[in-house]
Structures are given as C-alpha cells and as structure tokens.
Design a protein around this ligand. Structure first.
Ligand code: NAD
Length: 481
C-alpha cells in the first residue's frame, strides 16, 4: 500500500465530499492516478475520447439540475478564482516567461468578476392571434476549446464561466507551453464545481495537450462547437474543421491621435494599454499614428508619464535584436521569440541600455512603413508614426489593422473624425478616448471577454455566443391580452 502525502489525503477527502454532494454522479474520474501521482488532476484524461465522453456525461447531469444550481456553480467558480488570482498569475508568469505578474492578477480578476453568467440568457417571446412563440438559448452540449499561451488562465476562466452559464460542458486543449498552470487551473475549477454540488469533469482536458490532440478535438464527433483563441494558424484549422467554430484570432490594434485630442490623456492611456502584460494581449495597442502638428506634445507627454523614448540609433540597434526576420518596409516582421512578452528593461539590455524595471514601455518614433507598425509585436516597444492629418492617420490605421476587424483606439474631440474612423475600421472593439482595455470592461463600461471572435463575427464572446436558439410554439393559446 503506497503512503499518501497530507496534500493527497486532503485532496481525496475534498473529492469524496464533493462527489457525495453531487449525488455520486461521477464519470469514472482518474481517481487511481490521483492517489498514486500528481494531486492536481481533476478533469484530466489521457486522451481526447475519454475527456469528451466524461464531459458529455457531466453535461447531461448539469442539465438535469436547475438554473439555480448552475448559478451556484458559477458563483463557486468565481469565488475560487478570486482567491487563486495571484497564485495562478505567478504560475502562468513562471511557466510561460511572458508578461508581468501584477498584470496577470488584474486579468484573472477582471474575467472572474466581469464575464457574464446566466443573466445573459434572455429568452424572447412573441404573442399574437395564433398563440405564443418562445425562443430560448440552449446548450450545444460539449464544446471543444483551444486556449493561448498569452492569457492561459484568464481565457480558461472566461471560457468556462460563459460556456457553463449556457449549460455546456467544455473540453480544453490548452497551449503546451502553459500546460502546468492550465491543468492546475482546470483542476481548481472542477473542485469549485463539485464543491457547489455540480458533476465532476464538467470541464475536462488531456494531460498532454499537443497540436495533434487539438486536431483530434476539432474532429471529434461528439463536439458540437469549437471555440479557438489564438493566432491565424489555429483559426484556419478550426474554420476548415467542418464544424461550427467561434474563432478569436489575432489583431494589430492601431491608435489614432488627432490634433483635437486631449494629448495628456492620450499619452497616459497609450502607456497603460500598450504595456499591459508587456503587450501580449490581443487588444493591446500595437502602433500609433499621430497628427504631425501635435506630435512633439505627444512625445513629451509620453516621456512625462514614464515611457522611454528611443532615438534613431537605438531603434536601429533594437531592430537587429527584436526581429528574427525583417521582411522590409510595409510588411510584418517575425519577432524574436525569446523577447516576446518580456519587460522593456530586459529587452533594452540587449542594446546596452539600462532602465529601471518599473518602466513599462519604450516608444519608437518611426515612419509609417516601419515593419513594427505592421507587426503584432507582443513586446512593450510601441512604434509611433507621424502623419499629415487625421484622414491620413485613419486610412493608415485601417491598413495596419490588416482587416482583422479586432480592436482600434482613437483620441479626438472631433465627432466627424471619430465617426469616420468608427465606420472605416470596422472592428469588434473601438475605444474612443481611453486605453484599449476599456473595451474589455477595465476602466470602461461593459462585460469582459478574453475570446474576441472577429473572424467569425461574435465579437466579445459571452453565454449567448455559446447557445443555440430553440423555438417552442403554443398554438392558439396564451395570448392573454
Ligand atoms: P497560437 O496560435 O500559437 O496558439 C493558440 C492555441 O492554438 C494553442 O493551444 C496551440 O497549441 C493551438 N494551435 C496552434 N496551431 C495549431 C494548429 N495548426 N492546429 C491545432 N491547434 C493549434 O497563439 P498563442 O501564441 O498562444 O497566442 C497569441 C495569439 O493569439 C496572438 O496572435 C493573439 O492576438 C491571439 N489571441 C487572440 C485573442 C482574441 O480574443 N481574439 C485572445 C488571445 C490571443
């Protein structure tokens, strides 16, 4: 008989209590593995087939329960995720080497508090001479979700709340480079679910996620809906899978600052937005177009608010370091992988510049064709290009966004300019006079999502995105007026 550690005994005790609370409706979890090995294994399976099958069983159990129970489960997830926001941030930062711990804490708290729940599932009704028609949002069943390395825990938390609120189960195929923290996150969420009396394995995963397991998840016949969050490659794969897919793809969010803008506000907001988690978030500001007549004032304000402004020579040196392939003007470069998501103090050391760690962003004054403008750089080096006027700035912003339709920002007090950009940029998120993350509900109104589906059109995904509409008709009755 193997000796159990204190942690394993506590873990088993919690699981038994949870199983008893959930009426014993277990989908044969990997109990043996838990006793003999790693303690953070709930919801984990060795292959996609087993994960999908367990999630399917859990989803059926969930749907036998009440909406009130679903709400209790979601409340329990929120509570646990709040208490682990920092723990998960530290683990994510350590494992991936990307971003800043304090910003990851913020992201975890934001999704936990602001991802909508069942209140978003508003049924619609129509009554008339021929009776009553009711449309209700219903679950798909098992959703296959693929998550990125850049926001590993915030995406898992956000997807889970939205998908469970709509009555689904989820099988996650997480990014292999964020495997440990993601599996731990999934384990904690399963604990929260069972503690609230929900079924085990409502969110499931494979213990060794790979691109191959992601592809078998995409092909699995019991998966009714795919939700992928990542770059162009995984979006393309999901769209070719033959299944309904919600695809949250890449962005290259431009910022336009015109001559009527509050320049101080623009500078503060640009630094806060572009430096959030060292620029790895898809909505983070990736390039700025500033109208020439106010450019000097913007650079001065950016410096005043703590950004470091690079000179020509430093930019030339930096190009050799941050690009692993420079494909020339007007084209995206390939970024040096080892510098993605790093603090600017670390990046600048490579060109012999020493700045304190609290500096969050470097500004690179460049011309509008510089490769940085056209690249989703995912590091805190922000290109700022001068342009003759607001029209030119907007036209360039549309081009630099590459038609992703993701996120854009503008600082202006000119309604004509704001309207022109809003119309032409055609993005899922357009923020006026604030940082891009105001569009995620941080410092702006509205709910949060960390899967912003621009290619497939759902925008900020929420429980309604994860629901199918079902119509129920009662003929000739229940029009009561
Ligand atoms: P990535 O595309 O490298 O990986 C994302 C996920 O897809 C991972 O789990 C990976 O294992 C999987 N994957 C990659 N190629 C695949 C393939 N051919 N088949 C099956 N699965 C595959 O992206 P990343 O580096 O993790 O994340 C950064 C990218 O994601 C950026 O482009 C960013 O803009 C984008 N992103 C978008 C959103 C959004 O809401 N729109 C949110 C976060 C990240």
């Amino acid at each position: 008989m193997p000796q159990l550690s204190r942690e394993q005994i506590d873990y088993i005790a919690t699981e038994v209590v949870s199983l008893l609370k959930s009426d014993g409706k277990s989908a044969a979890p990997v109990a043996e593995a838990r006793i003999s090995g790693h303690p953070h294994t709930s919801g984990q399976f060795s292959d996609i087939d087993s994960a999908v099958s367990a999630a399917g069983q859990a989803q059926r159990t969930l749907m036998e329960g009440t909406l009130e129970k679903r709400n209790r489960i979601i409340a329990s997830i929120r509570k646990k995720m709040l208490s682990h926001a920092e723990d998960l941030a530290v683990r994510a930062q350590q494992e991936t080497g990307l971003g800043r711990k304090e910003d990851k804490v913020l992201k975890n708290i934001l999704v936990t508090e602001k991802t909508p729940g069942t209140e978003f599932l508003r049924p619609t009704a129509q009554s008339g001479d021929r009776g009553l028609m009711l449309i209700e949002p219903a679950p798909y069943g098992v959703i296959g979700a693929i998550t990125p390395v850049t926001n590993p825990t915030s995406t898992i938390i956000c997807n889970t709340i939205g998908m469970l609120a709509a009555g689904n189960a989820v099988v996650f195929n997480v990014h292999p480079s964020a495997k440990n923290v993601s599996l731990y996150n999934i384990h904690l969420i399963n604990q929260a679910i069972t503690e609230a009396g929900g079924p085990p394995n409502l969110i499931s995963t494979v213990s060794d996620p790979t691109v191959a397991s992601a592809q078998s998840l995409m092909q699995h016949k019991a998966v009714r809906l795919l939700v992928v969050t990542g770059g162009s490659g995984v979006v393309r794969e999901a769209m070719h899978s033959g299944k309904r897919a919600i695809c949250a793809g890449p962005g290259n969010p431009p910022v336009v600052v015109d001559e009527t803008a509050d320049i101080d506000l623009a500078a503060k907001s640009i630094i806060a937005g572009a430096s959030l988690d060292n620029n790895i978030i898809c909505v983070d500001e990736k390039e700025v177009f500033i109208v020439q007549s106010v450019a000097d004032r913007l650079f001065e304000a950016l410096g005043k608010h703590g950004a470091i402004i690079l000179n020509k020579q430093q930019i030339q040196q930096l190009e050799k370091v941050i690009f692993s392939e420079n494909r020339g003007p007007g084209r995206p470069a390939v970024m040096e992988k080892s510098l993605i998501g790093k603090n600017i103090s670390f990046i600048l050391k490579n060109i012999g510049l020493s700045v304190p760690d609290h500096v969050r962003l470097a500004i690179a004054p460049v011309d509008s064709q510089h490769p940085l403008v056209w690249t989703e750089q995912m590091m805190p080096v922000l290109p700022v290009a001068q342009v003759p006027d607001a029209h030119a700035a907007i036209d360039l912003a549309v081009k630099a966004e590459h038609g992703f339709g993701h996120t854009a920002v503008m600082f202006s007090r000119n309604l004509d300019n704001l309207s022109r950009m809003a119309r032409l940029i055609n993005c899922s998120i357009f923020v006026k006079n604030g940082p891009s993350h105001a569009g995620l509900g941080h410092g702006g109104e509205g709910f949060c999502s960390f899967s912003i589906a621009s290619p497939t059109g759902e925008g900020l995904t929420n429980p309604r995105s994860f629901s199918r509409e079902r119509r129920c008709v009662l003929v000739d009755h229940f029009r009561i007026v």
